[in-house]
Design a protein around this ligand. Structure first.
Ligand code: MRU
Length: 355
């Protein structure tokens, strides 16, 4: 397996070993580093739902191997038309586990196409399995390479600087992808280019991906990281004047409107107020060009307990309501540029995308 910007510091989150899927259980970090076996699609769906694997590209990579499992679990003769319908239903169920991250649907549909072509060409069950496995490995490998490309293009924005301070939200790092990350890949590439990087990581309520995951991986890679509570971002911007904010994305519409972890929109408004560039970093698989703007992006709502009883401690009285959307949409006009694996897109984004 090729080296990436982070492979010497951070374990791979999605592993396919001897035709078995394994995941790094991110719910346990930073206290414990545990690899879990994913023997079947049900266990994978549960892992996606409880965020054992999370981050749009990593979910897509894991789901690609999930399609291999879907084919394995679909009983019967593969030449029977009922087999295809049953297989597709399983894939559809998997693709629906988290609605906002478009990479999930994208990866599942890409693997389904391979299966459909194999069925049309009357391949054997063993050939179908081998083709699906290869497609999932391709997706993982492409993601790995795309991450390093994003890092390279992003780091070029800071060329000539000796030191930069960057603010980020949630975790858009190696833990969220098959490779070195998206937003954090920019930090890793800048550091590799000899720039001293200081990072402020928003803790990211309610599930603390910034505090638990971003801080864990940046510290392991030797990046100077400071965790702040989400409500400290405005004062930190005024006091420390970061060079930029860089965040990831779960889905980007054709006009550049971007869905990312709840709180990203607020951070973009704060960045504009303080005159700080606000960058989104994402691979092309995160663009959903079927949507003209962010209004059509489905926003996942998660369980009350994540807000009301964090880590098992009751913090909200039972008679108070809780609202827990997992993502928000940042309007394109607040985004300075989108750093992709193919280069840096500047507004207007539909034109930059050739639409
Ligand atoms: O709910 P999560 O942890 O899956 O949310 C993750 C994010 O919002 C990330 O910023 C996004 O998926 C980009 S990951 C490269």
């Amino acid at each position: 397996m090729a080296q990436t910007l982070t492979s010497q510091y951070i374990p791979a989150v999605v592993v396919w070993e001897n035709s078995r899927l394994k995941l790094l259980d991110q719910t346990l970090l930073p206290a414990e580093e545990r690899i879990i076996d994913i023997p079947d699609v049900h266990t994978l769906e549960d892992a996606i739902l409880r965020l054992a694997v999370r981050g749009a590209p990593a979910i897509g990579c894991a789901a690609a191997f999930g399609v291999v499992l879907c084919a394995h679990e679909t009983v019967g003769d593969i030449s029977d038309p009922g087999w295809k319908a049953n297989f597709d239903a399983r894939c559809h169920h998997l693709a629906e586990t988290r609605p906002t991250a478009v990479n999930l649907r994208w990866a599942v549909e890409r693997c389904q196409k391979v299966a459909h072509a194999a069925l049309a060409n009357k391949k054997s069950r063993a050939d179908l399995a081998a083709l699906l496995e290869q497609e999932a490995l391709n997706i993982l490998d492409e993601d790995r390479r795309m991450c390093d490309q994003i890092g390279k293009h992003g780091a070029a924005l800071f060329e000539g600087k000796r030191e930069i301070t960057l603010m980020t939200h949630c975790n858009a790092g190696a833990l969220a992808t098959g490779g070195s990350g998206t937003a954090l890949s920019v930090m890793y590439a800048a550091q590799a280019a000899g720039i001293r990087v200081k990072a402020f990581a928003d803790e990211t309520r309610p599930l603390l991906q910034g505090a638990r995951l971003t801080a864990w991986e940046l510290a392991r890679a030797g990046v100077d990281v400071t965790v702040i509570c989400d409500n400290m971002a405005a004062s930190v911007m005024r006091a420390h004047k970061p060079d930029a904010c860089i965040v990831g994305a779960d889905r980007i519409a054709a006009n550049g409107d971007t869905a990312n972890k709840i709180g990203t929109y607020g951070l973009a408004i704060l960045a504009k107020h303080h005159g700080i560039p606000f960058y989104v970093a994402a691979p092309y698989s995160t663009f959903d060009l079927t949507l003209p703007n962010g209004a059509g992006i489905p926003i996942e709502e998660r369980k009350r307990a994540e807000v009301a009883e964090p880590y098992g401690k009751l913090c909200v009285p039972p008679n108070a309501k809780v609202f827990n959307p997992a993502f928000d949409v940042t309007p394109a006009e607040l985004i300075t540029a989108i750093i992709t694996d193919r280069g840096v897109l500047k507004p207007p984004y539909s034109k930059a995308l050739g639409l």
